[in-house]
Write a protein that binds this ligand. Structure first.
Ligand code: ZN
Length: 140
């Protein structure tokens, strides 16, 4: 992993007021197993069966600060079950659900057909997809 200050940034607005802390997807992924149980304890209501709203604001923030040399698109595909779309937001019924988006260009979806997690990563010269098939949580 690269340097700490590449992976954690303290964010401030233009008046110097703290907005919070940004964490890179790589750091988040490596801490997830430690953080997830704490989040479950702090926000149990968010982890019940109730459907958590999609973090559309986060995606809009990414689009607002978009600095990749190509326009954003809505393409998503699932390597696990073969589901695919040109524009996940306009599917009816929906095939993919937005799970997370961050300013680093990582957008995460859930495949509604097979529950795989799909990570769409935006780089300067390419877009990559990584599919994590669903895990049986009882075995963790
Ligand atoms: Zn799938």
């Amino acid at each position: 992993m690269s340097r700490l200050d590449d992976n954690v940034k303290f964010l401030y607005d233009d008046k110097g007021k703290s907005l919070g802390v940004w964490m890179s997807p790589e750091l988040w992924n490596s801490l997830d197993a430690h953080i997830a149980p704490l989040l479950h304890k702090l926000y149990p209501e968010c982890f019940e069966d109730a459907v958590v709203p999609e973090p559309v604001d986060d995606l809009n923030m990414l689009k607002e600060y978009w600095d990749f040399p190509y326009p954003p698109d809505g393409k998503v595909h699932c390597e696990h079950c073969g589901a695919s779309t040109e524009d996940w937001e306009s599917d009816d019924p929906r095939v993919f659900r937005l799970k997370a988006a961050n300013l680093g260009g990582l957008v995460t979806f859930e495949c509604l057909q097979c529950s795989s997690r799909i990570m769409k990563r935006h780089f300067k010269d390419k877009v990559t997809f990584e599919c994590k098939p669903p895990v049986d949580r009882r075995s963790r």
